[in-house]
Design a binder for this molecule. Structure first.
Ligand SMILES: [Fe+2]
Ligand SMILES: [Fe+2]
Length: 403
């Protein structure tokens, strides 16, 4: 016969943490086996009896002579072991690779950490994005890590006080470009934020990438606003065409399609735009905000490409849906005018002055930008498995609003 497990609480009362020692001892014995508890705390017998009743253990008390107040025998009940052993599930593995992450995590895993043991009967959450194929990439963990380490402080990363004076028209052009960037960044913040709320948190790294992406866009909005307001109170124009184009992104319900239109085509095009602004900026603040935003955008494009590549490998039919989405969007926007204000502002910025020769050079630079944007989109489309000809066709149908 094995010896009964003894717990001596000394003067420790049950509520002072004594119950934790009793609990620990009970976990070490099987249901039906007994442990003994001794102690001198006032009312230990009463406390222990009540606790045992609540926890489903049988309680027997044995008075003892002073100084010990008594000894309890507790026969372990099966409530806890049944609650956790028979009716719980482990929410996948704790790693961040393909094997650790479940293909179809049940909605009843809810908010539980991946790798946690989930009690049966937990409430189901209404996560719309609950299939791995739709969202996952093993690159998410790395992209999140890089993004978290690359966060910059808008206040210190840019020399806001560096003195410069631009010609009024040139300053107006920069303010117009910033106004345009801000509304585009706002769409880029809203789109991932919407999907975070629909995503099963089992896909933790994807959730984290989307969250840090939204934080990136929040910073972009801040720095473009600060640059716009550096010398001016009033911002530039927001056009119907620009808003209509962005509305199609903000309202796109499908994660794959939204990522494709926003991250691959839109932010990909924006990368060329931001590098162009950095290169031809007439002042150091404009160059700095464009440069910092471009660094972040490159990650947004990389994540879009990574999860869509995996998705397309497993579901090649998605390629047709993505192509259709570009054509549909083009049709929806075909009566919408181009964003002349932005075009003109970019040209003047790239020219640097009203001088004829400068304007000629500025217009050539803008043409080269349009060419670079197209080339970038075609390269990304080919990487996603679109044939060259279709990549060229789809790139040409991309919104003239850039995003
Ligand atoms: Fe951005
Ligand atoms: Fe972005």
């Amino acid at each position: 016969m094995t010896q009964t497990l003894q717990v001596d609480l000394g003067s420790l009362a049950l509520v002072e943490g004594g119950y934790l020692l009793v609990k620990r001892a009970l976990r070490r014995v099987a249901p039906g086996e007994r442990i003994s508890v001794t102690g001198q705390a006032e009312g230990l017998d009463v406390d222990l009896r009540g606790w045992c009743r609540a926890e489903g253990h049988r309680f027997l008390w044995q008075s003892a002579p002073v100084p010990a107040r008594g000894q309890a025998h507790i026969v372990a009940g099966s409530a806890e072991s049944e609650r956790w052993a028979g009716f719980s599930r482990v929410a996948g593995e704790a790693g961040a690779n393909d094997e650790a992450v479940a293909d179809h995590p049940p909605r009843s895993w809810g908010l539980a950490a991946r790798g946690a043991t989930v009690e049966a009967g937990a409430p189901e959450f209404d996560f719309q994005l609950a299939d791995k194929v739709d969202v996952w990439t093993d690159d998410a963990a790395r992209i999140y890590q890089v993004a978290a380490a690359a966060q910059w402080d808008p206040d210190t990363a840019i020399a806001w006080n560096v003195p410069f004076v631009l010609d009024d028209d040139l300053e107006d052009a920069i303010v117009q470009v910033m106004t345009f960037l801000i509304e585009n960044e706002t769409a880029a913040l809203i789109v991932p934020s919407r999907f975070i709320a629909q995503l099963h948190p089992h896909f933790r790294e994807v959730m984290q990438v989307l969250a840090v992406q939204a934080a990136d866009e929040a910073r972009h909005i801040e720095v473009f606003t600060r640059r716009a307001r550096l010398k001016r109170i009033r911002l530039g124009r927001s056009t119907i065409g620009g808003q209509a184009s962005l509305k199609t992104l903000v309202e796109e319900p499908d994660f794959a399609v939204a990522s494709f239109l926003l991250s691959v085509l839109g932010e990909g095009t924006f990368l060329s735009l931001l590098r162009f602004i950095e290169r031809y900026a007439p002042d150091p603040v404009t160059a700095a905000v464009a440069k910092l935003a471009a660094q972040d955008e490159a990650r947004h494009v990389a994540f879009g490409l990574a999860h869509l590549t995996r998705h397309l490998e497993r579901e090649p039919g998605l390629r047709i849906r993505l192509a259709d989405a570009v054509r549909r969007r083009h049709n929806a926007l075909r009566h919408v005018a181009l964003n002349d204000e932005v075009f003109d502002a970019l040209l003047l910025m790239a020219a640097g002055s009203w001088d004829h020769e400068a304007l000629r050079q500025g217009s050539q630079r803008v043409l080269r930008l349009i060419h670079d944007m197209d080339e970038g989109r075609r390269r990304h489309l080919v990487r996603l498995g679109f044939p060259e000809a279709e990549a060229a066709e789809l790139s040409a149908l991309h919104t003239p609003n850039f995003m």
